[in-house]
Design a protein around this ligand. Structure first.
Ligand SMILES: Cc1cc2nc3c(=O)[nH]c(=O)nc-3n(C[C@H](O)[C@H](O)[C@H](O)COP(=O)(O)O)c2cc1C
Length: 184
């Protein structure tokens, strides 16, 4: 199973819209997928006591990371960085087993012209520190508001093809590293 992390909890976020495309692509590849939308995190996880003791309601999130053969993170750019909630989510996961030798793939999007290059590279540093296996093919989607139509769908078929190529490559990467077959 691949676990897809929707890297913000902002209502109506464009990250969720792009993540929906990624979800659909894994479905066409017949790869089992679990979606972790940070907007669905239980409010208890934001209590300072969570550093010492995780609320039971967070278990579906932490377990979905531990059970995954690979992680696909879709992140927006907030203040030249990752959203605080995504970093906090990472900080709440079990150490060190959450990312140790786990393949990870990055898709970034932003309102601005750099298309989340900064948060993706910052995530690569974080996941590298945690001994994850970084899939080298990243995708950056600049000027995201121009790329989506009124229904929240990507307008350009070439971008959809790039997302598909990334997902296919990541599935190969995971299958080779984990010595498993993901495609049904
Ligand atoms: C708190 C916050 C900070 C932001 N900072 C940046 C930024 O530094 N650079 C940028 O290009 N866009 C920035 N944006 C715009 C987002 O990239 C834009 O909202 C985009 O749609 C992706 O975020 P979303 O998933 O929340 O929609 C920011 C948005 C928010 C809510």
């Amino acid at each position: 199973m691949i676990t897809l992390i929707v890297g913000t909890n902002r209502p109506g976020s464009n990250t969720r819209k792009v993540a929906r495309h990624v979800e659909e692509i894994y479905a066409t590849l017949k790869v089992p997928l679990h979606v972790l939308d940070l907007a669905q995190m239980p409010p208890e996880i934001f209590s300072p006591s969570s550093y010492a003791e995780k609320p039971k309601s967070f278990l579906p999130f932490s377990d979905a990371v531990l059970r995954s053969a690979g992680l696909h993170v879709v992140t927006p750019e907030y203040n030249g960085s990752v959203p605080g909630v995504l970093k906090y989510f990472i900080d709440m996961l079990k150490f060190p087993e959450s990312f140790e030798h786990r393949p990870v793939c990055f898709t970034g999007l932003a309102h601005g012209m750099w298309g989340a290059l900064r948060p993706v590279e910052q995530l690569q540093a974080i996941f590298g520190y945690r001994n994850a296996y970084l899939f080298p093919e990243r995708i950056f989607l600049p000027k995201i508001d121009d790329l989506l139509d009124g229904a929240g769908r990507l307008k350009d078929p070439e971008l959809l093809q790039r997302l598909k190529t990334q997902a296919e490559g990541f599935v190969d990467f995971v299958e080779r590293l984990q010595k498993i077959r993901l495609r049904g």
